[in-house]
Design a protein around this ligand. Structure first.
Ligand code: GDP
Ligand code: IMO
Ligand code: MG
Length: 426
């Protein structure tokens, strides 16, 4: 057996949560492999809506187990809040025993969040636009080899280790930024949340996932963020601090590259980005505003308005190459209904040349999109359940994208609900 991977091909918020939920019934294990509570994965079914930050999106299926992998950074306070909210909604994860947490996953401390905020403040206009969840500083401590891991919370000297790291953060905050906000309340909440986390099954994700595969069980790795936010290949420095690509699933769970099966790449029928950084097809006009309004493009985690624009084919081709995408999902096609004309960026004009790839210095040199005009469709898509109901002009858009991207679009999403999903290629 191999691990299938589902990940974002754009700048995040492509609808990963919804589609992982849709696919979950066919898997024995759903495993998050990177990122942390910077993610906000939305699921809707039976008239209910859930936003998950750290918990994998397979949590609502009776026979599916869920794993927060070693590559994830965990904020115990947020995780506790998620667990509590689910319990209030009738999903008691502790009682069900369907959530496991990797011992090697790193912990986000309250002071990591202070460092994130201080760093962003110091950057002023040029800030990343981080979610302020402490992601960057936590991964810095991980690669700097002085982070704290979930497994450490069970050690007798955990409090001393915690204090040592906090002392380092406080001295950094004082010397670099000249201020340390009071974090005593969050610290108390942190330790309370750690107690709850310790009641869950703490595992070695590498052994767990590989034993699942050996037993012939089906595993789906759930990505967070999107390829264009990858630390190595995204629009650096306007990226997150982890590998959001397929390779991240290997290191973030402990699986070998030859154990990767299908790679399911997900993208919106248009494009969004939240936070700073280059976005070649961005629409700073009424059309962009329309896309934001109709698509409810406001961050699931921070509530910030998402920047909107047309689909970007050079960026998608790049993402497909980096991830080895074998099948795709297109979401939010319904949002484009009623637009007379839609557009796809086929190339960029960059330093006087027409190019069809993402240039290295996209953050500093403007890449002006070359747009192809495409006929829009008027029909409301949100109620369609049969392939025969797909409007001809939407079908032409799908055909065009499949031809350009050379990967089949297996699923078409036409609304936020679990049921609003069509299988285009059985
Ligand atoms: P994720 O981070 O990739 O899981 O995506 P988010 O949950 O942050 O953002 C996607 C948003 O679009 C959520 O509000 C979803 O409920 C919603 N959504 C997902 N698929 C569709 C779709 O096909 N049509 C519409 N209209 N909304 C969708
Ligand atoms: P999901 O999983 C969209 C963006 C932030 C910022 C940059 C760095 O819901 O798709 P960070 O907090 O990671 O240091 O912020 O990355 N970002 C996301 N944008 N969706 C996400 O997650 C994101 N997670 C981080 O807005 O630009
Ligand atoms: Mg999101």
């Amino acid at each position: 057996m191999a691990v299938d991977v589902l990940l974002g091909l754009q700048w995040g918020d492509e609808g990963k949560g919804k589609i992982v939920d849709v696919l979950s019934a066919g898997y024995d294990l759903i495993a998050r492999f990177q990122g942390g509570p910077n993610a906000g994965h939305t699921l809707e079914f039976d008239g209910k809506k859930f936003v998950l930050n750290t918990i994998p999106s397979g949590i609502f299926f009776e026979n599916t187990m869920n794993l927060i992998g070693n590559g994830v950074v965990i904020d115990p306070i947020t995780l506790k809040r998620e667990i509590d909210k689910l319990k209030d909604a009738g999903h008691d994860l502790l009682a069900k025993g369907n959530l496991m947490i990797a011992k090697k996953a790193h912990l986000i401390l309250p002071t990591h969040q202070l460092l994130d905020a201080a760093s962003e403040k110091r950057m002023g206009e040029g800030k990343i636009g981080s979610t302020l969840k402490g992601i960057g500083p936590t991964y810095m401590d991980k690669t700097g080899r002085n982070g704290l891991r979930v497994g450490d919370t069970t050690l007798p000297d955990f409090k001393e280790r915690y204090q040592k790291l906090v002392d380092k953060h406080v001295s950094m905050l004082t010397s670099l930024y000249g201020e340390v906000a009071d974090f005593s309340e969050r610290e108390a909440a942190f330790f309370e949340a750690v107690e709850l986390i310790n009641k869950f099954q703490l595992v070695d994700s590498e052994h767990l996932v590989n034993s699942y595969l050996k037993e012939g069980k089906k595993v789906l790795a759930e990505g967070a963020q999107g390829t264009m936010l990858d630390i190595d290949f995204g629009s650096y420095p306007f990226v997150t601090s982890s590998n959001t690509t397929t390779a991240g699933a290997c290191t973030g769970l402990g699986i070998a590259p030859n154990k990767i099966g299908e790679v399911i790449g997900i993208f919106k029928a248009y494009c969004t980005r939240v936070g700073g950084g280059p976005f070649p097809t961005e629409l700073n006009d009424e059309t962009g505003e329309e896309l934001r309004r109709i698509g409810h493009e406001f961050g699931a985690t921070t509530g910030r308005p998402r920047r909107t624009g047309w689909i970007d084919l050079p960026a998608l081709k790049y993402a497909i190459m980096l991830n080895g995408v074998t099948q795709m999902v297109m979401t939010k096609a319904d949002v484009l209904s009623g637009f007379d004309k839609i557009y796809a960026c086929t190339h960029y004009n960059y330093l006087g040349e027409k190019i069809d790839y993402m240039p290295y210095d996209i953050c500093c040199v403007e890449a002006v999109p070359v747009l192809k005009e495409i006929d829009g469709w008027n029909e409301d898509l949100t109620g369609i359940t049969e392939l025969s109901e797909i409007p001809a002009k939407l079908q032409s858009y799908i055909d065009y994208l499949e031809k350009e991207l050379e990967v089949p679009i297996k699923y078409l999403s036409v609304g936020p609900d679990r049921k609003q999903t069509l299988v285009l290629h059985p």
